[in-house]
Design a protein around this ligand. Structure first.
Ligand code: AMP
Length: 287
């Protein structure tokens, strides 16, 4: 497995892979890998001749008061995990490679980036779409893999790919959870044992809502209120948002308690436990 840091070198490597007729799968990550990341990598390895993974903690998707500086990192552990899975290369650039002095070009998927996580994380999705577009341009993958844990991100990236006619297939992979139900996240290491107990109210609330929907609950506002009340059973969780929106456009249901579309709905929530922000969701319909 090659570890490549500079853009001219990675371009050369990709050119050589192309000459050999290889198709390329790509998994963008911010590192500190867990089984959620690895499920994307395994899927890519299954579906492509070669798989590349990027490890880059992208500063433009972090707000001024967020955890950019303390975001967990462990490159040698990540490297060993990816090597074991048969990954062909890691692209591991520095900030100067991605955002050289004077950098000023950004891509924005209008509207979809300002709701849900975007309403409390100003410019977050602009940072995500910008870095992913740059990575797509540098690596020219045939297939790219994203987790449904970050459902809004996957939906926005799919829209960017369609709107900008990018020649890459965006594949999404189901949420991978720990045995206690918490969605795996690099940020889970911030949680103390007590905070982790509190955090479990998030997946439980969503699971209970899913069961209610299967039992016939259909009103968007009723579902939202049910989830809010379930999460609030823990005094140690602060709700950022709970939303019931359309899966394709991320639009709220109009009216007092509209019936949800069982083929096109995203039910998503973000909470804070202490300083740690956690997200989770489930969908009715495919991303
Ligand atoms: P990150 O390193 O947090 O930027 O995540 C890189 C990719 O892994 C993104 O496409 C995430 O959606 C995906 N991912 C992170 N956690 C999970 C999880 N628990 N299950 C599935 N995919 C995940």
């Amino acid at each position: 497995m090659k570890v490549i840091k500079r853009i001219p070198e990675i371009r050369l490597h990709i050119k050589n892979l192309r000459k050999m007729g290889k198709n390329i799968g790509f998994v963008p990550t911010m590192g500190f890998l867990h089984n959620g990341h690895l499920s994307l990598v395994k899927q890519s390895c299954k579906e492509n001749d070669v798989t590349g993974v990027s490890i880059y903690v992208n500063p433009t998707q972090f707000g001024p008061n967020e955890d950019l500086d303390r975001y967990p990192r462990d490159f040698s552990r990540d490297e060993a995990l990816l090597d074991e899975l048969g990954v062909d290369f890691i692209f591991y650039p520095g900030n100067k490679d991605i955002y050289p002095d004077g950098y000023c070009t950004y891509v924005d998927v209008e509207g979809m980036g300002e709701v849900l996580c975007g309403s409390s994380r100003l410019n977050h999705f602009r940072g995500v779409t910008t870095v992913v577009l740059k990575l797509f341009n540098i690596l020219t993958p045939d297939n790219a893999y994203f987790g449904r844990k970050d459902a809004q991100q996957a939906i926005i990236l799919k829209k960017m790919v369609t709107d900008l006619n990018l020649d890459v297939n965006v594949n999404t992979i189901p949420i991978v959870r720990d045995t206690d139900g918490l969605a795996l996240s690099s940020r889970n290491v911030y949680l103390s044992p007590e905070q982790r107990e509190a955090a479990l109210f998030l997946p439980r609330a969503l699971q209970n809502a899913k069961e209610k929907i299967h039992a016939g609950l259909t009103g968007a506002s009723t579902i939202r209120t049910f989830i809010v009340d379930e999460i609030k059973k823990s005094p140690h969780i602060e709700i950022d948002y709970v939303e019931v929106v359309s899966l394709d456009k991320l639009e709220k249901y109009p009216g007092p308690d509209s019936t949800i579309n069982i083929n096109n709905t995203l039910i998503a929530a973000a909470v804070k436990v202490g300083k740690t922000r956690l997200i989770d969701n489930f969908t009715l319909g495919e991303i």
